[in-house]
Design a protein around this ligand. Structure first.
Ligand SMILES: O=C(O)CCC(=O)C(=O)O
Length: 326
C-alpha cells in the first residue's frame, strides 16, 4: 500500500490523516491583498446563483485557464513551501455574496480523483482570502469520516449513489466548524464529509480553492457507464481534463450514451455499495468523541443503491447549474 504524504510538516500531515482535514497558515498579507485585487477584477464577470459563485462550474475552459495562471502566479510559492511535490486541478474562486441566505452547501463528499484503493489521497485546498468565520459562509467537517466513508464517489452527479445521502441531516449535526483568518487554508481529504453555511455577514466571502494530490498519483475519472448502468468505469485522465470539463458536462455526455471524449475505461467496478444503518450510525456519531467510528459497526451488507440518491446536494447543484430541479 502506497503511503503518499502531502504535507512537508509532519504535524499537519498527522492531523490530516487523523481527522481528514487540517487548518494551517498559507498566505502572507501581500498575497491576500493581491488575491483581493484579482477578485475585484473578476467580480464584474462572475455569475452568481443563490449568492454563490463557483468559477470551475461557471467559466468556459479558456477563462478557467487564465484564472488558473493568475492564481498560481500568486499562490505557487506557498504550495511549494507547504506541500511535497503535488499536482493540482480545479482552480478557482468560490464566493458567497454578503447576506445571501441561500448560499449554504449541504453535507457531501467530493469526487474520487486518484487511486484511493492504492493508498493515494487527494483533497481540496480551500484558502481564505478574507476572514471566514462561521457566519460568513464558514465550513464544517465530520472529523474522521474519511476513514469510514471510504466508498468511491463517481459521476454523473445526478445518478451517483452515495450512502450518506439518506443520512445527511443527522451527519450535518456533528460537523466541526473551522473559523479561518485571511491567509489561512484548510486541506480536507476528498472523502471527508463537509458542508458550509450561508453567508449572513455584511461582507462577501472570498475563497480560492483547488484539488490537490501527490505528483506521482495518476488522475482518475470515475464515471457511471451509460452502456452498463450498474457499473462505474475508471478512466485515466490528463491534468487539463477537469479544465476542459465542468461537472454538468458528464450528465450531458451520459445522456448521449457516450464516455467523455470517447475515453476507454482502464477498469470498472459494479455499483453495489453498502448502506449505512441509521440507528448504528446515530449511536456511533454520539459516541465518536470517546472512540472513533468503526466502519463495520455502521455498514449494512451490500444493498443495491436506493432511488433516493439524487436528493440534497446534487439536486441543489443541478438547480444552481441548470436553473432547474433535478
Ligand atoms: O466553498 C464552500 O463553501 C464549500 C466548497 C465545497 O464544499 C467543495 O468544494 O466541495
Amino acid at each position: 500500500m502506497v503511503k503518499a504524504c502531502i504535507f512537508k510538516d509532519n504535524e499537519a500531515q498527522k492531523k490530516f490523516e487523523e481527522n481528514g482535514f487540517v487548518k494551517f497558515p498559507f498566505l502572507n498579507a501581500d498575497q491576500c491583498a493581491a488575491l483581493r485585487n484579482l477578485y475585484e477584477k473578476q467580480l464584474p464577470g462572475m455569475v452568481f446563483s443563490n449568492g454563490l459563485h463557483i468559477s470551475v462550474d461557471a467559466y468556459a475552459p479558456e477563462e478557467k485557464g487564465k484564472l488558473k495562471t493568475a492564481l498560481l502566479h500568486l499562490i505557487e510559492p506557498s504550495i511549494a513551501r507547504c506541500f511535497k511535490p503535488v499536482s493540482h486541478v480545479h482552480h478557482g474562486f468560490i464566493v458567497k455574496q454578503s447576506e445571501s441566505s441561500q448560499s449554504q452547501i449541504s453535507a457531501h463528499q467530493d469526487w474520487t480523483f486518484v487511486a484511493e484503493n492504492e493508498g493515494f489521497n487527494s483533497g481540496t485546498l480551500w484558502i481564505a482570502v478574507n476572514d471566514v468565520p462561521k457566519e460568513r459562509g464558514g465550513i464544517g467537517f465530520l472529523s474522521g469520516s474519511h476513514k469510514w466513508l471510504s466508498h468511491t464517489r463517481y459521476t454523473p452527479m445526478e445518478l451517483a449513489y452515495n450512502p450518506i445521502n439518506e443520512h445527511r441531516e443527522l451527519l450535518a449535526k456533528h460537523l466541526v466548524f473551522e473559523d479561518l483568518k485571511a491567509g489561512e487554508a484548510v486541506l480536507w481529504n476528498h472523502r471527508t464529509l463537509h458542508a458550509s453555511v450561508a453567508n449572513s455577514s455584511k461582507e462577501d466571502r472570498m475563497v480560492v480553492a483547488m484539488s490537490l494530490f501527490p505528483k506521482d498519483a495518476q488522475l482518475k475519472l470515475h464515471y457511471q457507464l451509460p452502456t452498463a448502468p450498474d457499473t462505474v468505469g475508471i478512466f485515466d485522465v490528463d491534468l487539463e481534463f477537469y479544465q476542459r470539463h465542468k461537472a454538468t458536462d458528464f450528465n450531458l455526455v451520459y445522456a448521449q450514451n457516450k464516455c467523455p471524449e470517447g475515453l476507454i475505461p482502464v477498469s470498472s467496478y459494479p455499483i453495489t455499495m453498502a448502506r449505512l444503518d441509521a440507528d448504528k450510525l446515530e449511536a456511533a456519531l454520539n459516541n465518536s468523541s470517546q472512540k472513533p467510528i468503526e466502519t463495520n459497526d455502521i455498514l449494512m451488507k451490500n444493498i443495491e443503491p436506493s432511488n433516493d440518491s439524487n436528493v440534497g446536494f446534487w439536486a441543489r447543484m443541478s438547480k444552481i447549474i441548470f436553473q432547474k430541479d433535478a
